[in-house]
Design a protein around this ligand. Structure first.
Ligand SMILES: C[S@@+](CC[C@H](N)C(=O)[O-])C[C@H]1O[C@@H](n2cnc3c(N)ncnc32)[C@H](O)[C@@H]1O
Length: 239
């Protein structure tokens, strides 16, 4: 029997989601969890910021290194121009922004609603000697400025977190789709990596205004005679 694949970073959130979903009073989604709150992420990134200042450790990369290479490989294959404007939604420690900049992308923005996450991203970017990355504290569900015109939007774990919000997650998911439509250009691409939603569920969530272009291969596990992926990585295009 093959051992199940462990997805770095995803374990905590998918375990909570799996538990919450089972017998959940919410018919259309997951039960509430602290992982869906800003307080949780503020506490996480305050801790990670402290660790970075103390030991220089950038902290957790959600879904692991491969989750970043997978997306960059896709962009390379699609010949996405290096000056395409890219938005990382819920950038966390901003490590993916660093990878994009190192690859050569020159028009990159990271947003997060946690000020500590943005402070941590800024510190990591500065340490890497990169200067042309834009960072902003922004709640994606309540965009305060005229953030728009992006060719590529990336989400690694943020839609998952939002789906666990204890306060009307169904409405928040709808608002997410509206915000995404607002910031992405027509024909722009949306790259989402999720451990809480299957491909079919994501296609349904983003059915209004987006169409599925590609499913990116993710590690498969097999356990007890059943096999599947614990992570979905999809590319949508705004219609
Ligand atoms: C699972 S972490 C993923 C972080 C990062 N994308 C990565 O791959 O390492 C989810 C991130 O989404 C951010 N987040 C959650 N809800 C948000 C919202 N409404 N607006 C902006 N950021 C949000 C959290 O602060 C956190 O940084």
């Amino acid at each position: 029997m093959e051992a199940p694949t462990v997805v770095p970073g995803a374990g905590e959130m998918s375990a909570v989601a799996a538990r919450s979903r089972e017998g959940s009073p919410e018919e259309d989604g997951f039960g509430p969890s602290a992982l869906g709150t800003r307080e949780h992420w503020d506490a996480v990134y305050e801790r990670e910021l402290h660790t970075f200042q103390e030991y220089g450790d950038a902290g957790e990369i959600w879904f692991g290194e491969e989750s970043m290479s997978r997306l960059i490989r896709w962009m390379e294959k699609q010949k996405i121009p290096l000056d395409a404007s890219i938005l990382d939604i819920g950038t966390g420690n901003g490590v993916f922004l660093v990878e994009l900049a190192k690859f050569g992308f020159s028009n990159i923005t990271g947003i997060d609603y946690s000020p500590s996450a943005i402070q941590l991203s800024g510190s990591i970017i500065e340490r890497e000697g990169l200067s042309n990355i834009k960072l902003k504290v922004e709640d994606f569900l309540n965009l305060s400025t005229k953030l728009s015109g992006f060719h590529i939007c990336i989400d690694k774990g943020t839609f998952d977190a939002i789906s666990l919000n204890p306060d009307n997650a169904v409405e928040k998911r709808k608002q997410y789709v509206k915000s995404l439509s607002r910031v992405l250009t027509v024909k722009g691409f949306f790259l989402i990596t999720s451990c809480n939603w299957t491909k079919e569920e994501l296609v349904n969530e983003f059915s209004e205004g987006f169409e599925l272009c590609e499913e990116l291969p993710t590690p498969r596990f097999s356990f007890g005679g059943r096999s599947g992926s614990s992570v979905a990585a999809l590319v949508f295009q705004k219609t």
